[in-house]
Design a protein around this ligand. Structure first.
Ligand SMILES: Nc1ncnc2c1ncn2[C@@H]1O[C@H](COP(=O)(O)OP(=O)(O)O)[C@@H](O)[C@H]1O
Ligand SMILES: [Mg+2]
Length: 252
């Protein structure tokens, strides 16, 4: 039941209430000051619709991670506004931003970041615990959703890279976030295992979750609804994919 641009919030006969999943309004971010100032993001406007799968593509240093971090509430913008699910998170206090991040957003990173001394199940439960969903059943359902129920009691070192990333995805979705932010999720994986991870991400999107995925791998763009290209802290091009491909067929 994917919802798309134009359909969002529409009820017959009633004026649509805009409820975009993500809205960046002239969002900017700089680091440092004086001559050392780095403009990581410059007045970026971007709207992501609920249920959309958007890929952010661009060379290293183009501002992809910065954009993702603003949406995820890891840091605030230095100018402009960030609105997620209709809520303006721009000026939130540190505590409110932490709560927002914990309760609303699922993160997946390039290097999995699993706790090596905890099993797959325990890794998933640890984070889900923070939002009151740390019980065994939720965690098992999340591992099941990424095809790893049978690996629940394995430690990270006993899992392949692709499996570890799927545990990390299970950890992110166990708290049931509407929005999933992934930063180079296949960056440390070979084609075969990377493809498995993409299949899981595509499944999660088909179940209605909004996905914002950062990559420098153009092949991943073929499975997205929309590709946002970045260069020097700005959006250089946005393209809509008429018929996104199946993750199982991605190759690079
Ligand atoms: N914490 C930081 N302090 C200073 N500069 C930063 C920081 N984070 C990112 N940058 C700079 O901002 C620019 C964009 O970085 P980033 O968003 O990480 O790009 P990408 O993810 O596309 O590789 C780069 O020039 C980077 O060096
Ligand atoms: Mg990055």
């Amino acid at each position: 039941m994917r919802r798309h641009a134009g359909q969002v919030g529409r009820v017959a006969g009633v004026e649509a209430v805009p409820s975009h999943a993500v809205e960046l309004r002239k969002a900017g971010k700089f680091y440092g000051s004086g001559p050392a100032r780095v403009h990581a993001l410059r007045e970026v406007d971007l709207t992501v619709e609920t249920g959309e799968f958007v890929v952010l593509l661009g060379p290293s240093g183009s501002g992809k991670t910065t954009l993702l971090n603003l949406v995820g509430g890891i840091e605030p913008p230095t100018s402009g506004a960030v609105v997620v699910g209709g809520r303006d998170i721009t000026g939130l206090s540190e505590d409110a931003r932490t709560a927002y991040r914990r309760d609303t957003v699922g993160f997946v990173f390039q290097l999995f970041n699993l706790v090596p001394t905890l099993t797959a199940m325990e890794n998933v439960r640890l984070v889900a615990e923070l939002t009151g969903r740390g019980d065994r059943e939720h965690a098992r359902a999340a591992l099941d959703a990424v095809g790893l129920a049978s690996r629940a009691n394995h430690f990270p070192a006993q899992l392949s890279g692709g499996e570890q990333q799927r545990v990390a995805i299970a950890r992110a979705v166990a708290k049931n976030p509407a929005l999933l932010l992934c930063d180079e999720p296949t960056g440390a994986l070979d084609l075969e295992t990377g493809r498995g991870v993409l299949e899981v991400l595509q499944d999660l999107n088909r179940q209605g979750r909004t996905l914002l995925v950062v990559t420098h791998n153009a092949a991943i763009a073929t499975i997205a609804h929309r590709v946002v290209r970045m260069r020097s802290g700005q959006i250089s091009e946005v393209t809509t994919t008429p018929a996104p491909g199946a993750a199982a067929e991605v190759t690079w």
